[in-house]
Design a protein around this ligand. Structure first.
Ligand code: GLN
Length: 450
């Protein structure tokens, strides 16, 4: 813990990945654990970790990267945090993020800007950019991010770390501040695939406090890694719609190299079709914004956080509070989300997006009849420059083309490093996608290729 706190002190001035550091508390917890001695029942005993600031931590601020929650400290732990603590993990701090997890570069954080440790003039990705940057900078041994449309996998790809988005329902969402409730899922961001498995072992499983958490039994993911040593007999599907998409030459060649390794490891690669994923980004942004507009109604200046003090009456107080303390992107999404749900437009937008979602789900189901896993790039480019996309929300949304459909379908995916791009020298990621609750196979394949 001392060593990692030291790393944080040294790297933070350049990276700015952390919103809150639990220096004293973490040291005290570590000392207490030292006094009691190692505990074999606790699989993460003494492991220093960080948590994205959208996840509630008892007694430690949880801001969601927003002014409106700048002074909010939860009175309870999210279920996954409770499980990590019970497993012996020590939480060093909370990581920066796009405000309410809305973004792809962490530049939408209202509190600070995080840099990519590989090149400080570039973004770490988002929205879990603080978690990815903190891992890449050696600030902890594991972090928890959340992925609504790619926010674990995309920053993992930009920062050269491993990011796993579990099946919807695998990890409890209790205590995770909601963005798009039907899409949100928390998962591990780590330096290796076995670490990802070890963390997933701890945070997975049914939770009576989250009615959408699954009661499917939790296998031992670390055991699963032991069981497979090559890819013989596996069919890896390559979705044509993804591989034929425009992407930078360095992403294309780094990912194609991985395909060769996949074949050398004994798997067959087969072309598959996901005919409706071309509509994935559009459907995702309608559904995510619709759900966000409803979820964020609770920030009214009454229940939590910031309240405007100058207003004379209630409506004025709502208006001033929300206009002042919610950022531009968040306000844009609340407006669009409200619009697509409003009478007269519901059928044209929300309902259509829900229908497309169903078709995308069916595409994946059909693809998994012909293959065991799917494989594609994570993002069409390596990390872009700070400021490059901030004035163009549409351009920013389009970086999500390979990630959002998986959330619409509720399926698991993992992003692992695929080497460095030959043009920029920056990390490239490749993702594997699996059928529902196929995390074991995902981790096995990722572990072999790592
Ligand atoms: N970049 C996507 C968005 O802005 C995904 C965010 C996420 O997964 N939280 O909505």
């Amino acid at each position: 813990v001392e060593e990692y706190l030291d790393n944080i002190r040294q790297t933070e001035p350049g990276i700015r990945a952390m919103l809150h550091i639990r220096e004293e508390e973490a040291l005290e917890e570590a000392r207490e654990m030292d006094r009691q001695g190692p505990d074999n029942e606790k699989p993460l005993w003494g492991v220093p970790m960080t948590i994205k600031d959208v996840i509630c931590t008892r007694g430690t601020p949880t801001t969601c990267g927003s002014r409106i929650l700048e002074n909010f400290t939860p009175g309870y732990d999210a279920t996954l945090v409770q499980r990590l603590r019970q497993a012996g993990a020590i939480i060093l701090g909370k990581t920066n993020m796009d405000e309410f997890a809305m973004g792809s570069s962490t530049e939408n954080s209202a509190l600070q800007t995080t840099s990519n440790p590989w090149d400080l003039s570039r973004v770490p990705g988002g929205s879990s950019g603080g978690s990815a940057a903190s891992m890449a900078a050696g600030q902890s041994l594991g972090s928890i991010g959340t992925d609504t449309g790619g926010s674990i996998r995309q920053p993992a790809s930009f920062c050269g770390v491993v990011g796993m988005k579990p099946t919807y329902g695998r990890v409890s969402r209790y205590g995770l501040v909601a963005f798009g409730s039907s899409l949100d899922q928390a998962g591990p961001m780590t330096l290796s695939v076995p670490d990802s498995a070890a963390v997933l072992n701890v945070i997975s499983g049914h939770d009576p406090l989250d009615s959408t958490s699954s009661s499917a039994p939790v296998p031992d993911y670390l055991d699963a890694l032991e069981k497979r040593k090559d890819l013989h007999g596996l069919r890896i599907g390559l979705p044509r719609q993804y591989w034929e998409e425009k992407m930078s030459p360095e992403v294309d060649s780094a990912c194609k190299k991985v395909l060769e390794t996949i074949r050398e490891a004994g798997a067959r690669t087969v072309p598959v079709d996901l005919p409706h994923v071309q509509h994935g980004v559009a459907a995702y942004y309608i559904i995510a914004m619709a759900e966000a507009s409803s979820n964020l109604a609770r920030y009214d200046g009454v229940r939590y956080g910031y309240r405007d003090q100058e207003a004379r009456e209630l409506l004025d107080m709502y208006r001033r509070t929300r206009s002042r303390a919610l950022g531009e992107e968040v306000q844009r999404r609340i407006m669009i989300g409200t619009y697509v749900l409003s009478a007269g437009y519901y059928d044209a937008y929300y309902k259509k997006a829900a229908q497309i979602r169903r078709l995308i789900h069916r595409d994946f189901m059909q693809a998994f009849e012909d293959c065991d896993l799917l494989c594609s790039p994570v993002v069409p480019s390596t990390a872009f420059r700070l400021g490059e996309n901030v004035d163009d929300p549409l351009q920013m949304y389009l970086t999500d083309i390979f990630t959002t459909s998986l959330n619409l379908a509720g399926l698991p995916g993992i992003s692992i490093p695929a080497g460095l791009g030959h043009e920029t020298g920056l990390p490239v990621g490749i993702q594997f996608m699996g059928p529902a609750f196929g995390e074991e196979l995902l981790l096995q394949a990722a572990g072999i290729l790592e």
